[in-house]
Design a protein around this ligand. Sequence first.
Ligand code: ZN
Length: 304
Amino acid sequence: MTKLTLHFIGTGAGAPTHERGAPSLMLIREGERFVFDCGEGTQIAIRKFGLGFRGLKAVFVTHLHGDHVLGIPGLVMTLNLNSHQESLAVFGPKGIKNFLESVFDSTFFEPKFELRVVEIEPTTEPLEVYSGNRFSILTVKAEHTVPSVAYALVEHERPGEFMVERALELGVPKGPLWAKLQRGQSVQVNGKTIHPSQVLGPPRRGRKIVYSGDTRPCEQVLKMGYGADVFVHEATMPDDSMEEAVAGGHSTISEAIRVLKLSGCKVGVLTNFGQKVRKEDLKIVEEFGFLAAFDGLSLDVPLP
Ligand SMILES: [Zn+2]
């Protein structure tokens, strides 16, 4: 079974505090690591929570506000010091290339490993930006004050369940032929061809993890979150700061809860809490059956 875990590295917004670091989320799937947003202090928090950098494939930033990107230069420089060998990709809206080039030029730094920077055009329909081992990463435009995207990791369909009795009835002996059928290949038994569809149930869906980044509640991000196994939505503002939420392109706690409810997600998590959010503001999150993220929270995401 493919293990997939989500680790909340930083769950604050704006400036990091003692309690909450700047926004960052790490997803680990089959040993491959993907970081979503990379605020200041992300690399320190990654070490603090014992997550490590091995197998780090890509960093996906939702937008260019400092609290979401200022951790990238330090992280890249540390990887360089650690003699990182693999290539690393950084994805983000237009401007991410110029940001990294400027910092690296000004600090006379050049990574010794391959650093691929990919600029994303925010689109209202989901767009595939990364293709991995039996999964894709998609983006969709979020509604913030600067170009911003939400991300989804969507696993490909898995073959259906193997029906042992059916295989035996058809005369396929237990052993390597079963494995072949499970991989979707036809096999020959006593001069007869047995096709995978004869012994496999209907294909099973993979997992879907969605991360909103900074955004007002909006249709396209909600749609991306439909039926997600985990839907992580920002909730920067308490409910009594609606005007500020609108002006800053953020969501209030109750607005974010509403999006999670409408999405029908299995697990809904709120994060990116601004400094105005008090502990008591978060009680409502649990009442609706959702989680309020905290730095160090990790979630195992089982297969559906
Ligand atoms: Zn922002």
